[in-house]
Every structure is written in C-alpha cells, then in structure tokens.
Design a protein around this ligand. Sequence first.
Ligand code: AMP
Ligand code: AMP
Length: 371
Amino acid sequence: MDESGEVQGVMEDEIDRSKPVEVLKGYDRENLTIATLGSHSALNILRGAKDEGFKTVCICREREKIIYESFGVADELIEIEDYGDLLKKGLQDELIEKNAIIVPHGSFNAYIGSLNDLYVPVFGNRKLMLWETVREKQREWLLRAGLKLPKTFESPEDIDRLVIVKYPGARGGMGYFLASSPQDFYEKAERMVKEGLIDEEDVKKAHIQEYIVGANIYFTFFYSPVLDRIELIAADRRYESSVDGIGRIPAREQMKAEISPTYTVIGNFPVVLRESLLAKALKAAKSVVDVSKEIAYPGMVGPFCLETVFDENAEMFVFEISARIVAGSNVGVPYSIYSYVLFGEPMYAGRRIAREVRLAAKKDMLEELIY
Ligand code: AMP
Ligand code: AMP
C-alpha cells in the first residue's frame, strides 16, 4: 500500500462485486452461516451471530485456537497457518458450501491486504475499507464531511508544535511516538529504530499529526441500509502501553528514566459521553455517511468508527475513521447505554451486523449488504 491511494495493486474503484453477488444468489437464505477470522473482535461477531440464530465458523491460527475453543461461540473452527490462507480457493469454496457471509474486522486490513480476492460474500463496502487503509484518503473523506481534523505535517522539518508520529495501516498504536521539533523527531526515530520498535521504512512513511490534548472517545456507529438509519452502538477509550502507565510513575523518576511513551493498544474501557456532546458525534456520523455515498457507491454499510479527541473547549477533532467493526466495540457486549436506549434489548456491534443480515434476508435485500 502507498499513500497515493494504491493498495497492494488494487485501486479502490476496482473492487469487483460481481462474483460475490453471483455466489450469494446461489445461497440457501434460510441456512446462512456467519464466518470470520479468529482475532480482533471475533468473539463479539460470533456471539452476535449466534444470538441472531446463525451458524458460525471461526477461521483461526493454531496459536489463537485456545481462545475460540474456550468460549464456544464457533460451531466450527477451521485452522489455517496464516491469515492470508483465507484467500485460498479451497477454503473459500468450503465457506461457500456453508452459505457463509464473512464479517471483516481490523485483522483483515492488517494482515490480508487485498479484499478483492475474496469471492465469498463479505459484509460491508470493501471500497470504503480500502479508503480507510490509506491515511490521505481518510483525511480527504473526513475533510469533505466538514469535520475538524488535527493539522498534518508533510515533513519532519515542518514540526513546530507537539505532534504524534504514526504509520500507515491498522497497527494499533504500535511504535507511535511524540515529538515537538525536527531534532526531537530524528532523535526519537533513531532510538525507536535501534530498539526495534519501528524500521527505517516506517520513518520514511511516517504520518505526522498535531497532537490534540484532550479526552479521547472512539464511537462505534452502524449504518443500516435496511432501516436507512444511523445508530450509535457504543463508545470507548483505549488502554495503551506505555502511555497509560506513565502516570503511575512520579515525575522525578520519569525525568530520570527518560521514558518515551508509545501507544500499543492493550485494551479498551467503555465511555458514556456528556449527553449534550452527542449532537456533535451524531452530526459527524451523518456527514461521514453522506460523503461515503459520493466516494464509494452505495456508501457505508454496517459498522464504522470515528476516533475523536475532545479538547478543553469540548471541541471535537476527528483523527481517524474505520469503515468496519472496531475492537473498541467489544466493550459494548452485551449492550452500551446507547444501544440499550435504542433497542431496549441487548444489542452490540456483532449482534447488530447479524440482525442486519437477518432483516435483509427476510426482505430480499441481502445483496445490498455485499459491496
Ligand atoms: P490482533 O488480532 O490483536 O493482532 O489485532 C488485529 C489488528 O487490530 C491489529 O492491527 C491491532 O493493532 C488492531 N487491534 C486489535 N485489538 C484492538 C483494540 N482493542 N483497539 C484497537 N485496535 C486493535
Ligand atoms: P490511532 O492508531 O490513530 O487510533 O491512535 C493511537 C493512539 O494515539 C490513541 O491513543 C490516540 O488517542 C492517540 N492519538 C492519535 N492521533 C492523535 C492526535 N492527533 N492527538 C492526540 N492523540 C492522538
């Protein structure tokens, strides 16, 4: 993938949906299976599928098998050596035999790359999932939606304030660092390379963004093509190593140890937002969905996440968008305040996806969920 918009040789408008749609036409709609890769938010997705009455398949590596065996939410476990094996014809054909719909999550972006090679029907809009893997494209999408974004810096030489340094793709904060001047950037980058946290290539491709001091909130929304509405499903914040551990060390020891915090995500906490601030989040979600229809027809399908920081004036900055389920939504199982208020029953991202499939199957709209 590069920042010009090319993702592993596939331009985002080249995704071919004719094959999965053809496959879907042959499915027994009374007998669908929900399948996903065993990682990220698979427990959420599989539990949700079972709650909605679907059969479930978890495709996982040996090293994570213990997770999916322990929780028993997969009717069947298919073991693979590598996530990329999902693209193999034998496995795809096996899934088609089971009338499977694949629910993608963060590991699909991080470890598989081209979703275009999947002819098993995939829930959601794969074009938008490619947009989200290229930071420049994300930025264009969010700016077109009229949202406030942190400033970005083209070159380390331009750094004139506190910035956060990130890399392309979904890496869960691994190797991110803070810098406040060009010199600071080069020194820290060199140290991080020496420590093996990042490599030279990462430094060249670094995405340098103004650091907004404030409260982080990650919103999981759902756009339902069947009901034509946007729903707020859950909100969370992250628990990150080492940045969240630094506050536990007294300032004197911090200074002596010269710790540079990084942002590797370890877990998430649920968040309930001050109610009046919900207006900003809901308006942002609407604009993002409106723009999604212009950039990747038919636009958003299913879960998406806005990553935001609210500054001291409660101004909302959006610094990332994900066009699929995010792992932060795991905090919303079996419900968050928002999904409970909306549905009056346990509802969470994984279950909401399965509910949409069920509703669409009933109304003969399944094809509208597969792009
Ligand atoms: P994993 O299966 O844990 O390796 O996760 C797959 C991808 O999703 C990686 O890029 C992770 O950094 C990211 N990821 C996993 N869990 C979370 C989380 N709780 N919050 C944010 N990102 C995550
Ligand atoms: P990301 O991988 O972009 O979701 O970011 C990982 C971590 O960096 C999270 O803790 C974010 O809160 C933090 N972060 C990312 N961008 C910014 C920003 N522009 N200002 C402040 N914090 C940020």
